[in-house]
Structure formats: C-alpha cells, structure tokens
Design a protein around this ligand. Sequence first.
Ligand SMILES: C[C@H](O)[C@H](O)[C@@H](O)C(=O)CO
Ligand SMILES: [Mn+2]
Length: 420
Amino acid sequence: MTSNDRVERAFEEAKARYADLGVDVEAAVKRCAEIPVSIHCWQGDDVVGLEGKDTLSGGGILATGNYPGRARSGDELRQDAAKAFSLVPGTKRFNLHAMYAETEGKRVDRDALEPRHFEKWVEWAKSLGIGLDFNPTFFSHPLADSGFTLSHPDEGVRAFWVRHAIACERIAAYFASELDGVCINNLWIPDGWKDIPVDRLGPRERLLASLDEIYRERLPGVIDTVESKLFGIGSESYVTGSHEFYLGYAVSRNVGVCLDMGHFHPTETIHDKISSLVLFVPHVLIHMSRGVRWDSDHVVLFTDDVRAVAAEMVRLGRWEKIHLAVDYFDASINRILAWVIGARAVQKALLSAFLEPVGRLEELEAEGRLGERLALMEDVKSLPFAAVWDYYCLSQDVPLDVEWIREVEAYERQVLSKRT
Ligand SMILES: C[C@H](O)[C@H](O)[C@@H](O)C(=O)CO
Ligand SMILES: [Mn+2]
C-alpha cells in the first residue's frame, strides 16, 4: 500500500467518526483551504529590510540569533518565501513592510516611497497568484532613534512620519488594484518611554492628530488597521499606541484593529476580544504570534491559544471582517523552518476549528446541558484529526508532517548554505 493509500484510508475512517457528530469533513477541508493567511516577509531576513542595513535597529523589537542563510536581497527573499509557500497548505498572502522597497541602489527616503518601488513584488505576487498586504515602517531609521515617530514632540519629525504613512496608503492601494482588490495596511509604531513618564496625554494627543491626517483620505481596496502593544524593548513603562488608545481611535474613526497575540499581559489571551470588536470596528486583523516571558515574537505553534483564536474565528464566521496573519521572527534557526512551522500550525488550528461539531455544541448550550457541552469539547480533542490533516496536505499538494522538514534540509544544502 502506498503512503497516499494509507492517508486516504485513514481519512475515510476519520470522516465517519466526525460524521457521527454532524461534521461534514469534506466541507471543512474545502473551507479551510479558502481562508487567506498572510505570511510575513520579515521572518526571512530577521526584519532587516532592503535599505542597505545589515541589522534591525530600534523600534522596540529585537531579532536574536545568527543562523546562517538569511535572505540578503529581494530576489533571495522571494525565492525563500516561494519555497516556504510550497510547504504550506491553504490560501496564502504575503505581508510586506515599507523597508522592503526596491529602489535600484538609489536612496529614497521613507516619505518619498512610491508604488513603483514595489513593482517587483507585485510581479512576483502575480506569478504566484497571491495578494499582498502592507505595513509602514516606523523603525530602523535615524528619525526613529529617539523612540518616537507619529507621537514625536518635534513637528518636523512627526510630519515626516505622517508623510511616510500617507505614502504607504498609496502603495497599499496600488497592491489592491494590481492584485486581488484588497490590501490590509497595518500601522504599528514603537513610540514609548523606557521609564515612567510625567506626560502620558501629550504623545497620545499627537498620535491622534497624526492618525487623523493619515486617514483623512481612505483609498479603495485598503483595509486600515492599527496595532497596539503593551510594551516594547526600550518602551517598558509606556507605549503611546496602547490597546485602549487604538480601541477608542478605531471605534470613533471606523478603522480596523490589529490584535497581536504577543502584545498583551503575559497571561492575557485575545480570543475573547474578537466577538466584542466585530460589533464596533469594521475589521479585525489577528497577528498570530507567541509571547515567551518578555518577548512577543516566537514562532507560532499549534498551542491552545492559537487553537482558541481559530475556533473563535470559525464560530463567528465573519470572514469579511476578521483577517489572519502571522507575525514572529526567529534568527536562531533555519528561517524557512520558522516560516513553515508557524504557518502550518495556523493551518492546523484552522482545520481543527472547522472540524469542531459547532452545531451539536450550540444545541447542548441552548438546552442547558453544560456538562455534556464540556465533555464533547474535551472528547473532540482526541478525534482522528491527524488523518484529516494528512488528507488536507495531500489534497493541497504539500508534503505531510515530518516529510516537509527534509525538503527544507535539502534547500538549506542546495541554496542557503551557499550564502556566505
Ligand atoms: C515587524 C512588524 O511590524 C511588527 O512585528 C509588529 O507587527 C509588531 O508586532 C511589533 O511588536
Ligand atoms: Mn504584530
């Protein structure tokens, strides 16, 4: 019996087990494959960008590790990302940052970026049939060295960053019009204080003014989201763009909110926030990440937290409003492995969420049979999910678990190890 036959046979048995609970497994697999997950470009080069630097600087974030093989150019990054994509089932998008502009060796400052500086990315996305998302870059720049950008007290510095963000709105609109009609443009700034500030209001007033200037004109196809953070490296005591600030801003200005799983208190989870947000803001972007102690950016795994977010998204079914992206950067391991571990974990979480017997659970809840609800939720965890996952990978033409690791090892030998 071939390995494919084994997968098919196990799948048929699993299908019957799930069918007993009213779950249509074929429909779950089909639906899972349709949900877009935006894969971040910055795992491929340790958040360095293409502006001629060789490290990430400032910005309240830090990529640690020096595993060999980092992508050093747009072409290398595209090659690596395409390899990673080939190992992940489902619908993929690619999430770019402004510092990945390609300016043919000429220095173009961030406030002068134009759509043409991203033409290669658009051609590449077209060749893969994927959409692009975007982020203005408010770090790794001399005008961000003070730790303040859109909330900077100096009017000239603040205006520079407002111009940068407006330039990025235009680039996002270009992605949307050239590709699949939408581009999520997510704004995250590092602004904050290492130690206890006296004036907590001033920076927030300035950020409010900056955002109003940036979003004065809303462009077709662009989904704007704002991303909060509890603290960053060097902004441990105060972050201008806190959750409360952006929540208020998003509700009052009709922009989207980005919830990054690593941006809250260490034990605080985000899945319970989504059903509240969808009632008040036009869009919710989830950054799937994994906080470890003070750090928020470890490779995503198939954890309870990730599964809870996926389950909530599937139960809500508001796909026009809720969007999924991954966000982490680990420079201490093979970067393709990092990309694929996280993206496959998200796919596993989505698939297991689509396999949940939601109808049955809802009935139990409505009938007040809460013990049975808890028992079924628990038992579902040990249904033959792996058989459906294998089938999903096979039907998407990507390698099965464990097999894909060998493909990355071969790529490392043939490509990454030659980068010195
Ligand atoms: C590089 C991204 O903009 C960044 O990861 C952001 O989304 C974030 O989460 C910062 O902590
Ligand atoms: Mn994030």
